[in-house]
Design a protein around this ligand. Structure first.
Ligand code: NAD
Ligand code: 3PG
Length: 399
């Protein structure tokens, strides 16, 4: 079985992959355009931010698993993977401390204008007067959009600085916020309005693309700061550029629209050129600690897959299937019994969505939950029930 590692990956962990009996090919510099050809005969593909397009899934007939050695899966065509039955997994939480450290670093850098201090001294200028205008962070409000693995680490660190933390996140409740010592904002607009610094930690998805709209940016206090260590596409980039140019907002961003996927490249960004913008090179996850944790988690996923067929952290298994009803069939644990039950369901033209068979102690009997696309007629239940030498109980539940 071949595994293609198509981005930078620690040598020791490549050896761990080889020790699993895999043929390991490491091509860190393969371009996204060349990836479909490079992955054509791979069973497992490991990537960081490299784009994995639908072409990869069209060409790689043996491909079973794509692992995002990181958190965000927006660079992978997950819908195309799902159509071909290819698992996509990521490494949640493994780089969250690293990103939170950068986000807090950027919050402090913005307040004290640390990069400009450094640049002035390097240019031979002493300017204590200009750089003595920081507001200070203690008691000020940090808005956190997306209170997941990274958002929580950011909140913890901001609380340690004495900041008030106001979070907006999909499943955050007021009680959940209270337990963390923070407050819950009912929506992003309210969080933006109340924050001195708004820090983004949402994944990029259909729902979140452009969520930091012109309206949200305009709602921010004059001279407030936006910190983006998540994804550029969360933010209306044209409005951002306009408001920064107008002196309304200050920005620190680790992520850029159209940023290169490789380690070194020419890159021109209008935003990054502005004096009120501090840009970093999408380095949020790039600490030795985080990369080691990510690589170990990648190896763990591969190992589980090759040893048991299970995929930890799979992101594309349907949370809700099209099943409308569940048949529960208790049956004797013998060869062919389940095949006969499934045969009856097939004859009725009903699609089976999910099956879970549980064995009773001593392996004489079993219970099978069969989720089906539509509620079967009573006659079908009766047909299954009538196989008394194989089946002891049948019932049906609407889902
Ligand atoms: N700069 C970097 O190097 C770097 C590193 C890691 C992750 N990231 C980015 O940060 C993102 C967040 O990472 P994470 O590990 O914290 O992910 P996570 O899944 O743990 O957290 C995301 C949070 O956002 C919330 N959320 C999702 N959709 C939402 C919606 N529509 N409305 C409101 N809330 C919503 C979720 O409930 C969750 O709490 C990643 O998806 C990635 O894009 C960047
Ligand atoms: O989603 C992530 O994990 C980050 O954006 C890190 O990306 P990278 O692996 O390309 O540094």
């Amino acid at each position: 079985m071949k595994i293609l590692v198509a981005d930078a990956f620690p040598k020791d962990r490549l050896s761990d992959l080889a020790a699993l009996g895999l043929e390991v090919e490491h091509r860190a510099d393969v371009s996204a355009g060349d990836l479909p050809a490079a992955a054509a005969d791979a069973s497992i593909l490991v990537v960081r931010s490299k784009e994995v397009s639908a072409d990869v899934f069209d060409r790689a007939a043996a491909l079973s698993l794509v692992i995002r050695a990181g958190a965000g899966v927006n660079t992978i065509d997950v819908a195309a993977a799902s159509q071909k039955g290819v698992y996509v997994a990521n490494c949640p939480g493994q780089n969250s401390i690293a990103v939170a450290e950068l986000a807090i670093g950027l919050v402090i850098a913005l307040d004290r204008r640390i990069p400009d201090n450094v640049a002035a001294l390097r240019a031979g200028r002493w300017d204590k007067k200009r750089f003595s205008e920081a507001a200070g962070l203690y008691g000020r409000t940090l808005g956190v959009a997306g209170l997941g693995a990274i958002g929580r680490e950011v909140a913890t660190r901001a609380l340690a600085l004495g900041m008030r933390v106001l979070a907006w996140s999909r499943s955050l409740t007021a009680e959940g916020a209270k337990a963390l010592g923070i407050e819950r904002a009912p929506d992003l607009l309210s969080a933006a309005r109340a924050s001195d610094v708004l820090s983004l930690h949402l994944p990029l998805s259909r729902e979140t693309r452009g969520v930091v709209s012109r309206e949200v940016l305009l709602a921010m206090k004059p001279n407030a700061a936006l910190v983006n260590t998540a994804r550029a596409e969360l933010v209306d980039q044209a409005a951002l550029l306009e408001l920064v140019r107008a002196g309304r907002l200050r920005v620190a961003t680790d992520v850029f629209a159209g940023e290169p996927a490789k380690g070194q490249a020419e890159f021109q960004s209008e935003l990054a050129q502005l004096p009120d913008v501090y840009g970093t090179h999408h380095i949020g996850a790039s600490t030795a600690q985080a990369q080691d944790a990510i690589a170990r988690e990648t190896v763990r996923i591969v190992e589980a897959f090759v040893r048991s067929g299970e995929v930890p952290n799979c992101v594309n298994v349907a949370r809700k299937t099209p099943a409308r009803a569940r048949l529960v069939v208790r049956h004797f644990d013998r060869v062919g019994v389940l095949a006969n039950v499934l045969g009856i369901i097939r004859e009725a033209g009903i699609n089976v969505e999910e099956v879970r068979n549980t064995i009773f102690e001593q392996a004489q009997a079993a219970s099978c939950a069969i989720d089906v696309g539509e509620r079967p007629p009573d006659a079908l239940l009766e047909r299954i029930r009538s196989r008394r030498d194989e089946v002891m109980f049948v019932d049906c539940f609407d889902l």
